[in-house]
Write a protein that binds this ligand. Structure first.
Ligand code: NAD
Length: 350
């Protein structure tokens, strides 16, 4: 039986990846390694926590000794690495935390893999999950391909770019088996409500202003999180060592247009008169260094490994709204305590 450590498995995307691997690959033993920061929540995995091929380990990837001991004790065959500080706004307030988790944490994992997998690199795999933000920003045309030069602008994207480079360096220098994927913005269930879509759903429900940065003209490419988890599954199993794949939905939306669509769906779902939720839209001072447009060209993944998104954005957004409306308890739990303090600091002076 193969043993896989999935880091950050209690977070938004990680929980979907853990669920998918536990359910669809009973031949694997899945170890979810997570520090449980504000973004990690074991309630995301309630439905699979008692499965025989699942185990949770609480720990910090920044702690090199702990990671080394974990590799020694568990003897994993693969790592799927998602643990990260992931919110751009938080990286602007506290860049060092992003360097520690995203860069140092990744190098700690690579070191443990390099040491414990020596002599069997061809039987092991280090899969690093990364973001399209490493490529920087686009003008009105063009798309990011796997050949696009890195040009990160925020402390978050710079830390992810650094960790991508370290993974490639370990693959080139030591001959370790490694793959990387760079994905566009995800949306779906279990998304922490500091990010645009869940934050807006939460505020619309409560009749609170929906904060939109600048004029809402920034463009993002959105992908349903379960399609991302499926892409990770495909790449993990089929990609050759050293390969990089871009993952995206071919689904670009200006923030303001996306929020207007969300408002329409919310009006219908909540039985409100059309136009009610849109009145909550409130423009706030733009994020510093806000990238204008991201767009992913996922042709390589489609042509080489046969992956394409399974649902349209309209379908995915409706599913997402339904999930948030049906899971009030989850939303209330994660929006109590520290969340409120963060929210107040982020938005109330604007
Ligand atoms: P998230 O913030 O929801 O979850 C991150 C998880 O990592 C949490 O469970 C947290 O507890 C854990 N974690 C943080 N620091 C840790 C540490 N030091 N040790 C162990 N665990 C720690 O993030 P997400 O949105 O699910 O993103 C997951 C990964 O996917 C990240 O690497 C991110 O860069 C990448 N990514 C995200 C998106 C997106 O749209 N959210 C898009 C592309 C790539």
């Amino acid at each position: 039986m193969k043993k896989i450590i999935i880091t950050g498995g209690a977070g938004f995307i990680g929980s979907h990846v853990v669920r998918r691997f536990v359910k669809f690959h009973p031949e694997y033993q899945i170890i979810n390694l997570d520090k449980l920061t504000y973004a990690g929540n074991l309630a995301n995995l309630k439905d699979i926590e008692n499965e025989p091929n699942y185990k949770f380990v609480k720990g910090d990837i920044v702690d090199a000794q702990f990671i080394d001991e974990l590799f020694g004790a568990e003897k994993p065959d693969a790592v799927i690495h998602l643990a990260a500080e992931s919110h751009v706004d938080r990286s602007i307030s506290n860049p060092l935390e992003f360097v520690m988790t995203n860069v140092v944490g990744t190098v700690n994992l690579l070191n443990a893999a390099r040491y414990h997998w020596k002599g069997r690199y061809d039987e092991t795999r280090f899969y690093h999950v990364s973001t399209d933000e490493v490529y920087g920003t686009l003008g009105e045309t063009g798309m990011f391909t796997e050949e696009t030069a890195y040009d990160p602008h925020s402390p978050y994207s710079a830390s992810k770019a650094s960790s991508d480079h370290m993974v490639r360096a370990y693959q080139d220098t030591y001959g370790m088996d490694a793959v990387i994927s760079n994905c566009s913005n995800n949306y779906g269930s279990y998304h922490f409500p500091e990010k645009l879509i869940p934050l807006s759903i939460h505020n619309i429900k409560q009749n609170k202003p929906i904060p939109i940065y600048g004029k809402g003209e920034n463009v993002r490419d959105w992908l349903w999180v379960e399609d991302h988890a499926r892409a990770i599954d495909v790449i993990f199993h089929k990609a050759k060592s050293g390969e990089t794949y871009n993952i995206g939905g071919h689904n670009e939306w200006q923030n303001i247009e996306l929020i207007k669509l969300l408002c329409e769906i919310m009006d219908q779902k909540l039985g409100r008169e059309a136009g009610t939720s849109a009145k909550l839209i409130t423009y706030v001072t733009d994020r510093a260094g806000h990238d204008l447009r991201y767009a992913i060209d996922a042709t390589k993944l489609k042509n080489e490994l046969g992956w394409t998104p399974s649902i349209t954005f309209e379908e995915g957004l409706e599913k997402t709204v339904d999930w948030y409306l049906a899971n009030e308890e989850w939303l209330n739990d994660v929006t109590s305590g520290h969340y409120q303090q963060y929210y107040d600091e982020q938005y109330t002076d604007r």
